[in-house]
Design a protein around this ligand. Structure first.
Ligand code: THU
Length: 142
């Protein structure tokens, strides 16, 4: 099973594939699935700004499309952030991670120490499929 240090390293490497000509803000993500697989992603921007994709969403959706339904840990690396405080996942990505039961989020810049958080700390009262009348959905939420 990949350790936290290695997952952050994979996220930092994934950020080098970022397509971010508009923001110049490269982000990479690497996640560990319930069965021990690793998937990576980067942010992919678009000239029509609102249809851009965040790195975490790219990684989560790639894993989901490959059949993953349980994700343990996501590392996100904002390699152009000038401080760790500016490297946290956006609100939408916190919800995207919640869908597949992410427990731990590793927050990193391009180098130096990274922070370890529980997703429930970053997304208290997150919305999940269990709240819906039909239930179902991924493994996320409370
Ligand atoms: N971005 C991410 O990839 N993840 C986040 O959690 C926050 C923001 C990207 C989106 C956009 O390409 C760039 O960073 C600037 O917002």
């Amino acid at each position: 099973m990949i350790d936290h240090d290695s997952l952050v390293d994979r996220a930092r490497r994934a950020a080098r594939n970022s397509y971010s000509p508009y923001s110049g803000f490269r982000v990479g993500a690497a996640l560990l699935t319930g069965d021990g697989s690793v998937f990576c992603g980067a942010n992919v921007e678009n000239a029509a700004y609102p249809v851009s994709n965040c790195a975490e969403a790219t990684a989560v959706n790639t894993a989901a499309a490959a059949g993953t339904r349980r994700i343990r840990t996501v590392a996100v690396a904002c390699i152009d952030a000038d401080s760790i405080a500016n490297a946290y996942p956006c609100g939408g990505c916190r919800q995207v991670m919640n869908e597949f039961g992410v427990e731990t989020v590793l927050v990193a810049t391009g180098d130096g120490p990274y922070r370890v958080h529980g997703l429930s700390e970053l997304l208290p009262y997150g919305f999940s499929g269990g709240f819906l009348p039909g239930g179902g959905g991924g493994s996320g939420g409370s």
